[in-house]
Ligand binder design. Sequence first.
Ligand code: PMP
Length: 361
Amino acid sequence: MTRIFNFSAGPAVLPEEVLKQAQAELLDWHGSGMSVMEMSHRGKEFIAIAEKAEADLRELMNIPANYKVLFLQGGASAQFAMVPMNLLRGKKSADYINTGEWSKKAIKEAKKFGGVNVAATAEATNFSTVPPQKDWKLDPDAAYLHYTPNETIGGVEFSFVPQTGNVPLVADMSSTILSRPVDVTQYGLIYAGAQKNIGPAGLTIVIVREDLIGGAPAGTPSMFDYKIHAENASMYNTPPTYAWYIAGLVFDLLKKKGGLKAMAEINKRKADKLYAFIDASGGFYKNPVEKPSRSWMNVPFTLKSEALNEPFLKGAKSAGLVQLKGHRSVGGMRASIYNAMPEAGIDALIAYMRDFMSKNG
Ligand code: PMP
């Protein structure tokens, strides 16, 4: 068996330790005689799995007791709607920061439920920057401020946490959650699709401050109401049990590896190495993002000429490096280097890029 280096933006590489443990436990979880996939979500076995996963995530992210952690479905995209449905609470509008493709989708969806004030946009730099907060036009009466700390497609990551006073801060952390420590107390709500840094697709994590729960208007469908999910410990209906279990294995492993501080150190080292190589390539490879806002998780880059894209990808595949093709909306390449991408994967990618450049430079 050979594992390749998988640079997919998501669903993405999972830690090999987790896959092996899942394999070992597949047929008979802890002597239960069944797979986690076959368990009732209300049985004592799965409840134990679910509770441990939540406790471990709380420990990893240092989530205070006045926040609920919800294990939902529908992806981050469902949150684009659930956030305004639950958090507008009779207010006229919400503030949004537009830093790229995922911000735009969140904005488009929010407009279905209320007013949207785009308080800042990076459009003028073709989304290669994060507008500094001093230039934002925040509405002091906004229901909340929504932003995308890491734009998975553009590879743009905030190097600061927006300061919004009493206006709740909402973050789509899909592609940056667990990559470094965050101060949860600065947020009203954090959400993330699992399929990048948490586990398999199908699970969405929502971390929400208790006072923001319960504001959905009457008539809100139950599945879109945080209150229903919070009151039922994310078991109002059948949750994505297997994805929840795998996420739990990932949380457990991250704890053993030293938690998010340790992950941040490794992630920074991995990203720095790759950007340094790109920047030193004399323009053969280019990353368009301003340096302070370069993502630690998603590294888009272009080659000297578009004609080199196909040969680059073909050679990469032969070298055991896959899923490097950039998002269809931007072209070029993108290396997603989440927690589970080993440092050896970065080294192998750089070695391949160096070799390709020497042959095509
Ligand atoms: N937000 C961000 C930042 C993302 O990267 C993605 C998925 N790539 C989404 C939202 C949409 O997530 P999902 O497919 O889970 O709905």
